[in-house]
Design a protein around this ligand. Structure first.
Ligand SMILES: C[S@@+](CC[C@H](N)C(=O)[O-])C[C@H]1O[C@@H](n2cnc3c(N)ncnc32)[C@H](O)[C@@H]1O
Length: 371
């Protein structure tokens, strides 16, 4: 067993990754495998740990904020689109992937109750045992409606939700150096006792040709696309709402975006080194919504709409909801739609299995044509 540095907190996780590298051909682990272990190794990965992760401020011990943590108006407004989707698809079940603290589930269940919408069951597909326990505590009032799953059943129906889930799925890294494309993987420097980048020539390419010959780092998203394909194969009837930061592929693979989008979050700070402090911080990449929409269409989904979070929430009535909030509540809710906060970078993609309809969230500002 190689010597492991004692200063890296999750020593056992580092050891597991070093073992995976040692067992891999040429001591080279593709980055998506490294990211999967760093985030999801059972009991050890970042999302398996007991740290708070999601929250408003670093002094809560959290690392980043998500929309449902920022303001309950997020889930209350999303509930309007969810209610319409349940009605249009004739279903009564919700399926949330990666439910975090449970905040979105609580906001939705409370708001749907007020709207008089029948939800027979709220299913949560959660990889992390510690998050599942947190969700159970927060959602105790709705316990009779809730059901947790480790994986998706072979066939299901209802409305599927994923807020900031696609960005947490492992990505492959591509690196163009001196005009030659490489896949970037991870090795172990036993002398320096640290993870190191290792590049290998590859036939993999970004979905668009990147103009120019300059060095260029980027990501591709086979796991997120496979996830959407699996949804398409198994969802018999229903709709899917995916909310996340990202762009269409012409923006994603713009020649000037030469550093890619891979970053880490810890204590509300962003850094670009996923090989350090493994297991103690989140690793994430933006979503290529064109790739997701294409995978969805191949899997039998119709695209109902694609727009910014600001347009989506305003179309669903956020502004009138804000009028009922306190000044402090309004300020928080405004961050959901302000261009320099979550309004523009965050997007919403809606998919339907069955007959499509004019979904309320995309009535103004639909950008499907830009995908
Ligand atoms: C950035 S967090 C977002 C949490 C929450 N949705 C929110 O908005 O606060 C990403 C979540 O996605 C989950 N996740 C990633 N891949 C998943 C998958 N294949 N199935 C279910 N959950 C997944 C992670 O476990 C984590 O809880």
């Amino acid at each position: 067993m190689p010597h492991i540095p004692t200063e890296s907190a999750p020593t056992e996780l580092v050891q597991i990754i070093v073992q995976a590298i040692t067992a891999a051909a040429g001591g080279w682990l593709p980055f998506d495998r490294f990211m999967a272990l760093a985030l999801y190794a059972p009991g050890l990965g970042y999302y398996a740990g007991a740290a708070p992760k999601f929250g408003l401020l670093p002094d809560s011990g959290s690392d980043f904020v998500t929309a449902p943590e920022l303001s309950p108006a997020f889930g209350q407004t999303l509930a309007v689109q969810v209610a319409e989707a349940l009605e249009q698809t004739g279903t009564q079940e919700l399926w949330e992937f990666g439910a975090g603290s449970g905040a979105l589930a609580l906001q939705l269940l409370d708001a749907l109750e007020v709207l008089g919408v029948c939800v027979q069951r709220y299913h949560i597909v959660e990889l992390s045992a510690s998050l599942r326990a947190r969700q159970q505590a927060l959602l105790a009032r709705h316990a009779h409606k809730l059901q947790w799953h480790d994986t998706l059943p072979e066939r299901f129906e209802g409305v599927v939700l994923g807020n900031e889930v696609l960005d947490a799925m492992p990505v492959k890294l591509l690196q163009r150096s001196d005009g030659v494309w490489h896949e970037r993987g991870v090795g172990w420097d036993a002398e320096a006792t640290r993870f190191v980048w290792r590049d290998r020539p590859t036939d993999l390419r970004p979905p668009l040709e990147i103009a120019g010959v300059h060095d260029y780092s980027t990501e591709i998203h086979p796991q997120a696309e496979a996830f959407v394909r699996t949804l398409g194969e198994r969802l018999v009837r229903g709709a899917v709402l995916l909310l996340d930061y990202g762009f269409g592929e012409s923006e994603y693979y713009h020649p000037q975006r030469h550093m890619g989008t891979l970053v880490c979050h810890r204590a509300h700070q962003v850094d670009a080194d996923p090989l350090a402090d493994v297991g103690a911080k989140d690793i994430t990449a933006h979503v290529n919504f064109t790739g997701i929409a294409l995978a969805a269409q191949e899997a039998g989904f119709a695209v109902l709409g694609y727009t910014t979070q600001a347009h989506f929430l305003i179309n669903c009535g956020l502004v009138s909801k804000m009028e009922q909030l306190t000044q402090a509540g309004r300020a928080q809710a405004a961050k959901l739609i302000l261009e320099h906060e979550m309004g523009e970078l965050f997007k919403v993609l809606a998919l339907a299995k069955g007959a499509p309809w004019d979904a309320r969230g995309f009535v103004h500002g639909d950008r499907t044509h830009r995908l």
